[in-house]
Design a protein around this ligand. Structure first.
Ligand code: ADP
Length: 501
């Protein structure tokens, strides 16, 4: 799946997760609304109706009593008769409304009682109208009053039904609200869980490979071209495309790097032969093997000889660095007795110290290990290079110290330090001085005659011995280089192959 599709999927999932509880909440609200509507319409209207019905019923009873009391006064009683008619119309209308409003079963008894009462009242009126007042009185006691009481009783179930319906609606509302809050909480918990899962999935699918790519890029930028990424090469999305391009790029860079090292190695090797021929002829000419030469010519030949030597050194350095880079720089490892090793180095720089009026001291601590395993010539080259740099960058009457001591961890390691009171190196440039061809750039540093390869080769040699090299420096105060070498070099007695990086 491509990245765009994945992101769309994530967006859709998040939308669904967010919308689902909201939709459920809306649904619950609609149910609550219906309950509220029922309460406010059906039940409230029912209660009103019942109230009107009860009032009309009492009104009818009163009017009928007045009608009976005024039985002998036709003019006055007609008003009571009219009131009774209105009241009975209201009773009928309200009974009908209650029946249609959903209280059918509860009104059935009241309807029956009303039919009896209605008939009893009609009979009472008929007797009064016919002038049979005594019979009317008897009829009231026998029929009308019991019918009134019956009607009164029959209205109670309607009130109860209305109350029950209201209570039922409230219960329903409570159930809906409780269910809605539980379900919404569950939906929210599920949404949280799904969001966490989506986060973890996104991290796995997108962030991890991006971090892996960044790591690979960083290694390539640091010169480590032999990179393999922990990203499946069959991955079908943009990250897979990037990983494949990265692998191809790293392989091509590695091939180019090898080609460059091989080229430098071959080219420098080929240069060595004609150079030694030139050096040989210059020497023969200076020794006047081919006839005598003038002092001027001797001077020129001396200069040609110096430049040829310089070129020879440069070619040797190029050859060294390319051999170590290609992993074919070999060390001739055997025990190196340390005292003679340091003494020899010190001796070779004494003349230079006198010449430059430098206070050159050598400090060898008494607990120095007697020997370490290593390539004496290569190690001599390393410390010699550090001392040569110290003399190069320390002005007259400066101070240089060569120190050799036992290391702390491991305790049989050798620590060699070269400290000078020279011009120093700006702090930000210190880590770069071990890069190939790097030379410090500022006014204090004289345009050096060097190549910028000495420290790079030194680092390769020290690391091939399983050791470390570093420097601390302060501009105008001086520089200290420190080498730590294990007592036994990697590979035991076998000459180890220098590894790259
Ligand atoms: P180079 O052949 O130019 O001396 P190196 O690799 O030996 O090459 O040194 C790299 C650079 O580090 C030098 O050009 C110089 O600028 C700086 N450097 C090395 N040693 C010292 C030192 N003791 N004091 C000041 N700068 C130094």
């Amino acid at each position: 799946m491509r990245l765009g599709q994945r992101l769309t999927l994530i967006l859709v999932a998040i939308t669904v997760i967010l919308v689902a509880p909201a939709v459920y909440g809306l649904f619950a609200l609609r149910q609550l609304e219906q309950v509220a509507y029922n309460l406010s319409t059906r039940d409230a209207v029912g209660a009103l109706s019942l109230g009107r019905l009860q009032t009309a019923f009492r009104d009818l009873d009163n009017a009928q009593r007045i009608f009976l009391a005024l039985a002998t006064q036709p003019e006055e009683r007609s008003a009571a008769a009219e009131r009774a008619m209105d009241a009975s119309a209201t009773v009928e209308a309200e009974l009908e409304r209650l029946r249609d409003g959903g209280y059918g079963p509860a009104t059935r008894e009241a309807e029956r009682a009303w039919a009896t009462l209605h008939a009893a009242i009609a009979e009472e009126q008929r007797l009064v109208l016919e002038g049979a007042v005594a019979e009317a009185d008897a009829h009231r006691e026998l029929a009308v009053d019991p019918a009134v009481r019956e009607m009164d009783r029959a209205l109670d179930p309607i009130g109860e039904a209305i109350n029950q319906a209201g209570a039922e609606q409230v219960r329903q509302a409570q159930t809906i609200a409780a269910r809605a809050s539980t379900t919404t909480l569950l939906a929210l918990a599920a949404a949280l869980l799904i969001a966490l899962l989506i986060g973890a999935w996104t991290g796995r699918q997108l962030l991890r490979p991006v971090a892996e790519l960044r790591r690979g890029m960083g290694s390539v930028a640091g010169g480590e071209f032999e990179q393999s990424l922990h990203i499946s090469p069959d991955r079908p999305d943009e990250i897979g495309d990037l990983a494949r391009s990265f692998t191809v790029m790293a392989q091509e860079l590695a091939a180019l790097d090898r080609l460059k090292a091989e080229f430098v190695s071959i080219a420098s090797h080929e240069l060595k032969t004609p150079l030694s021929v030139i050096r040989g002829y210059v020497s023969l000419l200076r020794d006047e093997v081919y006839g005598s030469i003038t002092a001027e010519q001797k001077k020129v030949l001396g200069s040609v000889g110096d430049q040829t030597d310089r070129l020879g050194r440069l070619i040797q350095q190029l050859l060294d660095v390319s051999r170590f880079e290609a992993g074919v720089g070999r060390l001739e490892v055997r025990p190196v007795p340390l005292r003679p090793f340091i003494d020899e180095l010190a001796l070779s720089f004494e003349a230079l110290a006198v010449q430059n009026e430098i206070d050159f001291s050598v400090k060898v601590e008494p607990d120095l290990p007697p020997s370490i395993d290593g390539d004496a010539d290569r190690l001599n080259e390393v410390v010699g290079n550090l001392l040569a740099n110290a003399f190069k960058f320390t002005p007259r009457s400066g101070r240089i110290e060569l120190r050799a001591k036992r290391g702390r961890a491991p305790s049989d390691a050798l620590v060699v330090e070269v400290e000078d009171s020279g011009i120093g190196i700006p702090e930000d440039q210190v880590p770069r001085i071990f890069d190939k061809f790097y030379q410090v750039e500022n006014e204090a540093h004289p345009k050096s005659m060097g190549t910028g390869l000495g420290l790079a080769i030194s680092k390769e040699i020290v690391e091939a011995h399983g050791g470390t090299i570093g420097a601390t420096s302060a501009v105008g105060k001086g520089t200290t280089f420190r080498i730590v070498l294990p007592s036994a070099s990697p590979g035991g007695g076998e000459p180890p192959v220098a590894s790259k990086g």
